[in-house]
Design a protein around this ligand. Structure first.
Ligand code: TLP
Length: 344
């Protein structure tokens, strides 16, 4: 199978599996797992923050950020298709007791003036704005890179009002290798950040959140409350360290393959590319085929290709380290067999 459903499907490399086998372990709730400590220190250093915390998933990391920054009754500002709003099962309200206020973005970027206008003033009737979220790269905007300048402006507005900015950086390394800048170029415009090790970076499990020492101390308590305090977790921190230190540079290949896939699909009549392919996600509009998304996904599956539905007429394809040039060729030739090809 050519599995283009998500970069979450990546399996640990040989080097990661070996490191897992050999991992030195300790009880991390007692703060005694040496590899977790090493991973958290490395992440804090790379992300330019005082401290970091290893968490089980991107969702848990984002939710711990919400719980740590906000009080029940607060309002969180975020882009209208942000993962925290769209894909986390309403956790932000279920656990945090906060409400969301969404802002329509442009390729995932929220306009700083819209943010300024959405921040609540001091009034007995109004909720307090507890936090602002940015997502980079932006998943539903097709892996779009939110410009660093936009992040700087949003952060400035937030700082004027003393509101924390949290970055959902599940795929932040895809953006940093694409622009050829360190991840700190993005994270310097945020109060806290969440990065995923288990997407393009290829680790089997885990995310990190990073911020100030005092934020991470409070976040650690939230992680424990949520049942996320783990014990001999060095076995998953060890592949995480490899992911963080050795797997980022190769993400450029994933971004380039996604662009090649999009270029090929552009030559297929009735299919349209819906996004500018900045990184490893390609959104294909299938409306003109006259077939439903489910029918097309079934057809692709019977030809050995997996992708995911992403809207009534949209399919998402995501590249990652198990997808080779040959897989892209095969995917494109399958499309050519299934649909008419014309030069557009
Ligand atoms: N995204 C998954 C699905 O949940 C949609 C995917 O296949 O893309 N932030 C962003 C921007 C994400 O894309 C994801 C995962 C998460 C957070 C959550 O990470 P996990 O799956 O580790 O909880």
């Amino acid at each position: 199978m050519i599995d283009l459903r998500s970069d979450t499907v990546t399996k640990p490399t040989e080097e990661m599996r070996k490191a897992m086998y050999e991992a030195e372990c300790g009880d991390d709730v007692y703060g005694e797992d040496p590899l977790v400590k090493k991973l958290e220190d490395k992440a804090a250093e790379l992300l330019g923050k005082e401290a970091a915390l290893f968490v089980t998933s991107g969702t848990q990391g984002n939710q711990i950020a919400v719980l740590t920054h906000c009080q029940p009754g607060n309002e969180v500002l975020l882009e209208e298709e942000a993962h925290i709003f769209y894909y986390e099962g309403g956790a932000i309200s279920a656990f945090g007791g906060v409400q969301t206020r969404t802002i329509k973005g442009n390729r995932g970027a929220i306009n700083p003036n819209d943010v300024r206008n959405a921040i609540r003033s001091e009034d007995v009737h109004l909720p307090e704005t507890g936090m602002i979220c940015i997502e980079n790269t932006h998943n539903r905007a097709g892996g779009a890179i939110v410009p660093i300048e936009n992040m700087r402006e949003v952060y400035q507005v937030a700082q004027e009002h003393n509101i924390p900015v949290h970055l959902d950086g599940a795929r932040l390394f895809n953006a940093s290798v694409e622009l050829g800048v360190p991840v700190t170029a993005f994270t310097e415009h945020t109060t806290t950040v969440q990065i995923c090790l288990s997407k393009g970076l290829g680790a089997p499990i885990g995310s990190l959140i990073a911020g100030s020492e005092s934020f991470i101390k409070r976040a650690r308590k939230w992680r424990k409350r949520l049942g996320g305090g783990l014990r001999q977790v060095g076995v998953v921190a060890s592949p995480g360290l490899i992911a963080l230190t050795k797997m980022a540079d190769r993400l450029k290949e994933d971004n380039d393959r996604a662009r090649r896939l999009a270029e090929g699909i552009r030559n297929i009549r009735d299919l349209k590319i819906n996004n500018r392919v900045d990184t490893n996600i390609v959104l294909v509009d299938t409306e003109a085929t006259g077939k439903s998304v489910e029918e097309i996904l079934d057809l692709l599956k019977s030809n050995g290709i997996l992708a995911v539905p992403f809207g009534p007429t949209t399919i998402r394809f995501t590249t990652h380290h198990h997808i080779s040039d040959e897989d892209i060729n095969q995917t494109l030739s399958t499309f050519q067999q299934l649909f008419d090809t014309v030069k557009k």
